[in-house]
Design a protein around this ligand. Structure first.
Ligand SMILES: NC(=O)c1ccc[n+]([C@@H]2O[C@H](COP(=O)([O-])OP(=O)(O)OC[C@H]3O[C@@H](n4cnc5c(N)ncnc54)[C@H](O)[C@@H]3O)[C@@H](O)[C@H]2O)c1
Length: 441
């Protein structure tokens, strides 16, 4: 199949690269010329483990190319995927569809024959029909179908998720479009990965419902963590005991500083708006959004407590600022709430992140970037583990404690057992959903 991928961000680039690896002929397009120039040089603009190698292999094999020329890529394509951003619209929580509709119009004007226009971006119910209207209006003689094909990949494990998905969801309304989508996903079908064919509205709903459910699961355990701290229980034990129940499952049951990232915050907001717009409020999702905000803000209180009531004049070392490990994505990361609050409270903040610096430098003004966790801790009054990169999982706690001005640790990912922290010489410790020690000192 000949495929054009419009939008070469986390989703478009991974999807385009993987489709070419399936054997399709793929052109990835972006309106950002710097991105296209980098890709043409063989450089990957984002950090995603394994992506560079699969990309290089397929460029070398001739099945993958990059271009800023949408019209040339769309002409003669069997399918054009829209994988542009759908951020939260300023002010009202709705998904901003302006990029999707602009892309649809451009595609309409470039069509040369029958083509399936596939929306891979996460979009509210009804968007695919709107895309069809935009295309028909811009090019009344265009021969096309629309299809909804939401993406479920996780940053940091994107290649594997795309190549070995739990399921592929395809919303289509014509046999012709279904046949094109079936050809595109044939390699996965042959390996018996489930492909769910449904109508457009259901496909659009599946994506939002799935993300809101996962956000709710994380938020549930974070709320339980707050209660555990009050009643003296340990959330790690509680999660384990809950997760072993097959109906619950152990994934997304790790307490932490609140969810962030490019999807959950905007998708929960958009779903809440969709519910309100249809007079069918999604009360659970609305509460999840509210509790998650509270969870993030509570982390700041924890750090203030750890520092004896004020961070003013204190040196705080923060390990990890990306919203999760193995990505350079900073969108809606808890760090964007926590670090500015520390800086605003008068703390001197040192930050280290294996991949977050490029993005984080302009998002976190007033901090010092360092390269090594031990250097970050030297002379510091508090150490905060905010993102659980592997690099931070096996630190020499005793060495860290010894080098600090006051050895205090906030382990906001519950990596280190409290006893190990105490034995290493830390005088104060807070975590999430488990008892701390040495507070108020
Ligand atoms: N990031 C994820 O993990 C993830 C996972 C599943 C679904 N999604 C969804 O996929 C969509 C894309 O997300 P992302 O994180 O890849 O976004 P992104 O911001 O990383 O990338 C979007 C790209 O589209 C380009 N673009 C915008 N308009 C264009 C146009 N008219 N022509 C060509 N290029 C254009 C931008 O320059 C940008 O490079 C969103 O709807 C998101 O919700 C994201």
């Amino acid at each position: 199949m000949k495929i054009a991928m419009v939008g070469t961000g986390y989703v478009g680039l991974v999807s385009g690269v993987c489709f070419s690896d399936f054997g399709h002929e793929v052109v990835c397009i972006d309106k950002d010329p710097r991105k296209i120039e980098m890709l043409m040089r063989g450089e990957v603009p984002i950090y995603e483990p394994g992506l560079e190698a699969v990309m290089a292999r397929n460029v070398a094999a001739g099945g993958l190319s990059f271009s800023g020329d949408l019209a040339a890529a769309v002409a003669g394509a069997d399918a054009v995927f829209i994988a542009v951003g759908t951020p939260t619209r300023r002010g009202d929580g709705h998904a901003d569809l302006s990029y999707v509709m602009a892309a649809a119009e451009e595609i309409a004007n470039a069509l040369t024959g029958y083509c399936v226009i596939v929306t891979k971006s996460t979009v509210p119910v009804g968007t695919n029909r709107q895309v069809a209207e935009v295309v028909s209006k811009a090019n009344p003689s265009a021969e096309f179908d629309v299809a909804s094909n939401p993406e479920f990949l996780r940053e940091g494990a994107a290649i594997d998720d795309f190549m070995r998905p739990d399921r592929v969801v395809v919303g289509v309304e014509s046999e012709r479009a279904r046949a094109v989508m079936a050809d595109i996903y044939r390699p996965l079908f042959l390996r018996e990965f489930p492909i769910v064919y449904t109508d457009l509205e259901s496909a659009e709903m599946i994506k939002y419902a799935a993300n809101a459910f996962l956000a709710a699961k994380i938020t549930f355990i974070n709320e339980m963590a707050m209660l555990c701290e009050k009643v003296g229980a340990d959330i790690k034990a509680v999660s384990k005991g809950m997760g072993l129940d097959g109906r619950i499952g152990n994934k997304f049951l790790h307490a932490g500083p609140g969810y962030g990232g490019s999807c959950f915050p905007k998708d929960t907001n958009a779903l809440a708006r969709i519910g309100q717009d249809h007079a069918s409020p999604c009360a659970i999702t609305e509460t999840v959004i509210e509790v998650n905000d509270r969870v993030k803000r509570r982390m700041v209180d924890k750090l203030v407590d750890l520092c004896g009531g004020s961070v003013n004049g204190k040196t705080v070392a923060v390990l990890g600022v990306t919203f999760k490990p193995n990505t350079d994505d900073m969108r809606e990361a808890p760090a964007l709430t926590i670090v500015p609050a520390l800086v605003g409270g008068g703390a001197k903040v040192r930050v280290i992140d294996p991949q977050g610096r490029r993005e984080g430098e302009h998002l976190l003004p007033g901090v010092d970037w360092v390269e090594d966790p031990y250097a970050a801790a030297t002379g510091a009054d508090a150490l905060v583990i905010l993102t659980e990169w592997n690099e931070f999982r096996a630190l020499d706690l005793a060495q860290l404690a010894q080098s600090m001005a006051t050895p205090r640790l906030a382990d906001l990912r519950n990596i280190y057992p409290p006893e190990d922290v105490r034995q290493a010489g830390f005088e104060a410790y807070v975590a999430v959903g488990r008892r701390g020690f040495g507070l108020g000192s």
